[in-house]
Design a protein around this ligand. Sequence first.
Ligand code: B12
Length: 218
Amino acid sequence: MTEQLADAFVALDRERCLALVRDRIDRGVPVTEIIDESRIGMGRIGDKYAAGEFFLSELVMAGHIFGESMKLLEPLIGDDAPSKLGTIVVGTVAGDIHDLGKNIFCSLLRAEGFDVVDLGVDVPPERFVEAVTESGARIVGLSCLLTVAFGAMRQTIEAFETAGLRERTTVLIGGSIVSERVRDEVGADGFATDAVVGVRECVRIVGSLAGTGEKEAP
Ligand code: B12
């Protein structure tokens, strides 16, 4: 993997980013590799923000460029798999409006054959509960990129407990800052810092759920 695309993101050079993405598409580079390369750039932009070299405006611009790149990639991900793997409810938790990674996770889930109920961003716990109740989903994906939103993940999982849904629901958390420690802290069942790994985990959970009626403990 080269650094060209990541560098173009850090330079916030929209034209070059889009040209490099098109170039990679034309050369048959796998979509997930193009996403990973772009993500490296986004991570560096985040580091520059944390170091005070970039400001909110740069984060906003990076978000727009990433979104435009994803528009070029989405048709290649496809969503025409026969839906037979069940339903997954996904959303970015309350207080957090980051959605680029969540959207990738949703697209890859659809491509794999899941029906996805995407609740969007800044989703309150009760909305997750409502969606799981209505859809009968057995898996929930919580996206979170902010340390301050860890509490919202915990509250969402507690809301499943209160509603009597926790036993039958497997909760996966995802985003660049989640970890085993965060998973344990908020009471989730699994975590992934990469959408491809998250989708693989969902497929595994569905496989082990088949016919048991019980929640899988990953
Ligand atoms: C772009 C960006 C923004 C954009 C978001 C645009 C959008 N539509 O999403 C905007 C400008 C809105 C933004 C705002 C803010 N941001 Co911001 N942002 C970023 C940045 C640079 C990139 C994030 C990104 O999209 N990456 C690309 C995607 C593809 O990667 P990803 O999200 O990690 O997703 C992948 C995986 O994690 C996984 N995944 C994601 N979700 C899920 C869910 C499940 C279930 C699974 C299985 C997998 C999965 O799949 C994806 C593909 O593999 C990060 C830097 C970083 N290191 O993450 C900072 C960062 C997340 N932001 C940060 C901050 C501080 C903020 C603000 C508070 C700034 C401010 N002063 O207002 C606000 C918060 C607004 C809010 N209430 O949410 C901090 C958070 C620090 C922390 N630890 O809490 C970061 C880390 C920057 C930094 N280093 O300081 N931000």
